[in-house]
Design a binder for this molecule. Structure first.
Ligand SMILES: C[S@@+](CC[C@H](N)C(=O)[O-])C[C@H]1O[C@@H](n2cnc3c(N)ncnc32)[C@H](O)[C@@H]1O
Length: 135
């Protein structure tokens, strides 16, 4: 549990920092675009999830450990699906909400502060679940 708390605290601090031009340049080079990634999942890998998860308008996707909304927001934008973004650090989810608003996705995006071990959802309510660099 202490290790878990350390991880969450580390991400809370990271998501509270301003994003530098250098970080954006590295993200674009490594991930393939500026998508507010906090892990190593590339745009190409996220694209591969779309047919795998059969995402389309009307499907409900859960992104566990969504950070600042990657890849959940991207998948919602690309496919028209609805997305629930679950994570613990509030600054990350706040950025995700801002990004959803800017992309016109706020009516299809729901942020939820929740630990992966204690998800407050009914069984079977999601059509697909994704987690990138979380477990
Ligand atoms: C490496 S980041 C990846 C974030 C995002 N999925 C991405 O690919 O950019 C790992 C994320 O997992 C979250 N996380 C770690 N332990 C968690 C837990 N027990 N429940 C929910 N989220 C957790 C962290 O807060 C962090 O946002």
């Amino acid at each position: 549990m202490t290790r878990d708390k350390d991880t969450i605290s580390r991400f809370h601090d990271r998501y509270s920092l301003p994003v530098t031009d250098a970080a954006l340049a590295v993200e674009k080079e490594v991930i393939g675009a500026n998508v507010a990634a906090s892990g190593y999942t590339t745009v190409k890998q996220a694209d591969a999830l779309i047919p795998e998860l059969r995402l389309r308008p009307g499907t409900l996707l859960l992104d566990v450990g969504a950070g600042r909304g990657w890849p959940g927001l991207y998948l919602a934008e690309e496919t028209g699906c609805d997305v629930v973004l679950a994570d613990i650090p509030a600054p990350g989810l706040a950025t995700a909400v801002k990004r959803a608003n800017e992309a016109g996705l706020s009516n299809r995006t729901s942020p939820v502060r929740a630990a992966a071990q204690y998800l407050p959802f009914q069984s079977g309510m999601f059509d697909a679940v994704v987690h990138t660099d979380t477990l």
